[in-house]
Design a protein around this ligand. Structure first.
Ligand SMILES: Cc1cc2nc3c(=O)[nH]c(=O)nc-3n(C[C@H](O)[C@H](O)[C@H](O)COP(=O)(O)OP(=O)(O)OC[C@H]3O[C@@H](n4cnc5c(N)ncnc54)[C@H](O)[C@@H]3O)c2cc1C
Length: 363
């Protein structure tokens, strides 16, 4: 266990954050030992300050000192569990880098993850917000999720259904937010009875089912045009993954060069009535159907139309190639991002009457 540990390299915003306690977990045995660690127990049960951190590419620390225990799960390994004529079932441990895992499956000619190429972060975090990009979501390939509850040491396997996946959401994200809310309301209570504890699930492995034959998803974003422009008429999954990577590289800040968490806000889901009113004023508003009652409007478009694209305030700003991305140019403080977030939310609300919510986990 490390004390006063720097998380600068472990948050892609690149803020200079320190944690009171930090521990990397490489094996199941490390996890069991952690559960007996007195400092961990104190943080978990008394002041409720435990954070499971993987790649830090979807986290914004609101303070420069995290007064608690950061758990860094880093179990490695990829195993084929089962295979038939149609599908392959693969277990991947939480510490594997997501984009390397996607490259591995694509290189084997397996369908399912190609549109999710080059998303930063680790495999263990992928189910938490049901990562998605270019018309694909990880939920469509997750068979089950293996967890251990850090409050009891018990393991639990969540089936795909039990994960309650929805747009950038899952049971894991809901539980994290419940714990955070609970922690804030109980911060001064130093001796909570065990019954009031919320489970703290660490995802240590994910089982995926990938297809040997499948349909490519080419209709989202610019994939099809990009393929046509590059004279690719009969694309393979390798072509799709390469295309997604090329499009992402054009639009998104490079991790480690400019600080960001990718999309800072979730896309807006609005009623059809609301959408039609906006369409009257802005006939070109982009939209994607959600169901019979709701439509998704890209928040990047709303932020752009509200005039924020490329805007810079001191050390932070809005990325000039994608307005959904807030960036830290270096030397700044998390509060600057939080202030900018509020200004953007207010301005989008004043212009369109739509509330946009952060996708990032604010700690
Ligand atoms: C440039 C850029 C582009 C991005 N593009 C996309 C995109 O296209 N689509 C998309 O969906 N996301 C995108 N993201 C966001 C991010 O990459 C994903 O959300 C990713 O899954 C986060 O992984 P991580 O390992 O960094 O998790 P972290 O940021 O470390 O953690 C995220 C959340 O998961 C929890 N968590 C992490 N690991 C575990 C675990 N093992 N068990 C239990 N809980 C855990 C954490 O407590 C936290 O609440 C992008 C980010 C960046 C910087």
């Amino acid at each position: 266990m490390e004390k006063n540990f720097s998380l600068r390299e472990l948050n892609t915003f690149g803020f200079d954050i320190r944690a009171r306690y930090f521990q990397e977990l490489k094996t199941m045995d490390d996890i069991h030992k952690l559960i007996d660690n007195p400092e961990f127990i104190a943080c978990r049960d008394a002041i409720h300050r435990v954070l499971i951190l993987s790649g830090g590419s979807n986290i914004l620390f609101s303070n420069e000192f995290f007064d608690g225990f950061v758990v860094y799960p880093n179990l490695k390994g990829i195993e084929t569990l089962d295979e038939n004529d149609e599908t392959v079932k693969i277990r991947c441990y939480c510490g594997e880098v997501w984009k390397d895992f996607v490259d591995y499956t694509v290189s084997k000619g397996l369908y399912g993850l190609e549109n999710l190429a080059d998303i930063p972060g680790k495999v263990g975090a992928a189910p938490v917000q049901n990562i998605g990009a270019y018309g694909a979501e990880v939920k469509d390939t997750v068979y089950q999720v293996h967890t251990i509850d850090l409050t009891t040491g018990e393991t639990k396997v969540f089936s795909n259904e039990e994960c309650h996946f929805s747009y950038r959401d899952s049971v894991f994200k809901e539980l994290i937010s419940q714990r955070t809310t609970h922690a804030l309301s109980q911060r001064d209570d130093k001796s909570l009875p065990v019954g009031t504890r919320h489970a703290l699930y660490l995802i240590f492995a994910v089982d995926f089912v990938l297809k040997k034959r499948g349909e490519l998803k080419l209709d989202y974003g610019n994939i099809r045009n990009y393929l046509i422009n590059n004279n690719i008429t009969n694309p393979t999954i390798q072509d799709v993954a390469a295309t997604v990577k090329a499009i992402r590289a054009e639009k998104l800040p490079e991790v480690g060069v400019v600080g960001s968490v990718g999309s800072f806000f979730q896309n807006a889901i609005v009623s059809i009535d609301k959408y039609l009113k906006i369409k009257e004023l802005y006939p070109n508003v982009p939209s994607y159907p959600v169901d019979n009652n709701f439509i998704k409007i890209p928040s990047g478009w709303l932020i752009d139309r509200a005039g924020w694209k490329g805007h810079r305030e001191n050390h932070v700003g809005v990325w000039d190639k994608q307005a959904l991305v807030l960036v830290h140019y270096g030397g700044g403080k998390p509060q600057e991002i939080l202030d900018l977030m509020k200004k953007i939310q207010e301005s989008v609300y004043n212009k369109f009457g739509i509330e946009i919510n952060p996708e990032v986990n604010i700690i």
